[in-house]
Design a protein around this ligand. Structure first.
Ligand code: UGA
Length: 431
């Protein structure tokens, strides 16, 4: 079959929109990415990529013939044979996802004369597809098919995940032509295409993230148990994960899961269950374990230092995981605000992440290089497992700190050696 490029408009130039747009251009399609933020669009037009994502900048640069960025709705609609919805669905005050941006994009499609398919990439509650279908009919787009196509890309490896996914999920309720068109856009990617109804496709996304988060909360619960029994959780779970029915992934104990997806999606699934009349006990426990886990370093620091008032505490890592500058729902945000509330003074180090103005504690902390941050400090917490931290000369750091106290929230450092160098060293589930 000969390859036929399609004209695609991606609505939303956030993480998902940029990765989707760049990867579709890389696959040979003609892509316009539309956003309503003038600063973001101007930056992209000038060749600047507003987010850190390995490989994305190069991919955008090498596809500039086929990839444009615009503020202009008319240009976006004229282009749209296929329209991707890639906007945020943040949690609202009630815990339900806020779909206002999704509805505004769907409404704005009215007048897209060549539109054949609308693809939902944003993570949305189960049942959103039916509402979107009704809205498309209402705005005169009954001829455009609706397709749910959830994304499973992780930050820091999004380009790789898009181009080499484990599966491509396509949800359709009778819009087979549109579904085939969207599946066809992925020509060149070697992955199974799994087709199902829209509600099931919407559920796959939330259920996948909830199961991954469940594994981590399980690992953290086992770590807390190991702390009491004297076993080593890293050895236990490495052996547990060798069972081919379980696999080794997402079993690293730490100070909890964060980011823009797991907290939001597990809460959304819990909310959907509660709204439909049953209490999802397992999901609630998965969230509770995580909330407690994120605060674990505080107790460790109090055990080592007593009252935290006036203590200089260093947070090593602010991003929710290494390889990204994203601090959304990062354990560092919980720790920084708790430490400040306890009267501690907080210094932070991170190679990429900087808290935006939205973090109320941001102006109360000091930012420094690792050694600078640790000098004269009373304690340090490894919050993000940045590989740079494993390369620090910890023997020298023991001399630099006022009190050599380290709470390793990611089991990154070697307990025996840290103790040899004179540290009061605590980690998660390791003797
Ligand atoms: C996650 C999923 O992995 C993606 O498949 C999904 O597409 C994405 O959410 C999304 O919904 O968009 P992401 O949030 O980028 O991706 O990050 P992960 O690498 O999955 O890590 C999530 C959190 O779990 C991090 O805070 C990480 O530190 C923590 N984690 C991960 C652990 O504590 N232990 C582990 O073993 C693995």
């Amino acid at each position: 079959m000969t390859f036929r490029p399609n004209r695609v408009t991606v609505f939303g130039a956030g993480y998902i929109g940029l990765v989707t747009g760049a990867c579709l251009a890389e696959l040979g399609h003609d892509v316009v990415v539309r956003d309503i933020d003038p600063a973001k669009v101007e930056a992209l037009q000038a060749g600047e990529v507003p987010i850190y994502e390995p490989g994305l900048g190069d991919m955008i640069a090498r596809n500039k013939e086929r990839l444009r960025f615009t503020l202009d709705l008319g240009e976006a609609l004229a282009q749209a044979e296929v329209a991707y919805v890639c906007v945020d669905t943040p949690p609202s005050a009630s815990g339900d996802a806020d779909l206002s941006r999704v509805w505004s994009v769907v409404r704005s499609l009215a007048g897209a004369e060549g539109l054949r398919a609308v693809v939902m990439k944003s993570t949305v509650p189960i049942g959103t597809g039916a509402r979107a279908r009704a809205l498309l009919d209402e705005v005169g787009l009954a001829g455009a098919g609706y397709v749910s196509n959830p994304e499973f890309t992780a930050e820091g490896r999004a380009v790789r995940d898009f181009m080499g996914p484990d599966r491509i999920v396509i949800g359709t309720d009778g819009d087979e032509t549109a579904a085939a068109l969207v599946a066809g856009l992925h020509a060149g990617i070697d992955a199974p295409v799994v087709t199902m109804d829209v509600r099931s496709a919407e559920t796959v996304k939330l259920a996948s993230n909830a199961l991954l988060a469940t594994r981590i909360s399980y690992a953290n619960e086992m770590a807390n148990l190991c702390d009491r029994t004297g076993a080593d959780v890293t050895k236990v779970l490495a052996a547990v994960g060798m069972d081919h029915r379980l696999g080794p992934y997402f079993l690293n104990a730490g100070i909890g899961w964060g980011g823009s997806c797991f907290p939001k999606d597990v809460e959304a699934l819990r909310q959907i269950a509660s709204n439909s009349g049953f209490h999802p006990m397992l999901l609630s426990a998965v969230i509770d374990v995580n909330n407690i886990q994120r605060r674990r370093p505080l107790q460790g620091l109090k055990d080592a230092l007593g009252d935290l008032a006036g203590r200089e505490v260093v947070l090593l890592g602010m991003a929710f995981k290494p390889g990204t500058d994203d601090m959304r729902e990062a354990p560092s945000t919980v720790l920084a605000s708790r430490l400040l509330a306890e009267g501690a003074r907080v210094r932070c180090w991170d190679p990429l992440a900087r808290p935006g103005d939205v973090e109320p504690w941001a102006s109360a902390v000091r930012y420094a290089s690792v050694e600078e941050a640790l000098e004269g400090a009373d304690a340090a917490v490894v919050v993000t497992e940045w590989p740079q931290l494993a390369g620090v000369d910890w023997a020298a750091v023991a001399e630099l700190m006022r009190r050599p106290v380290v709470f390793d929230g990611r089991n990154l450092l070697e307990p025996a050696r840290m103790r040899e160098w004179g540290f009061t060293y605590m980690s998660i589930g390791r003797p």
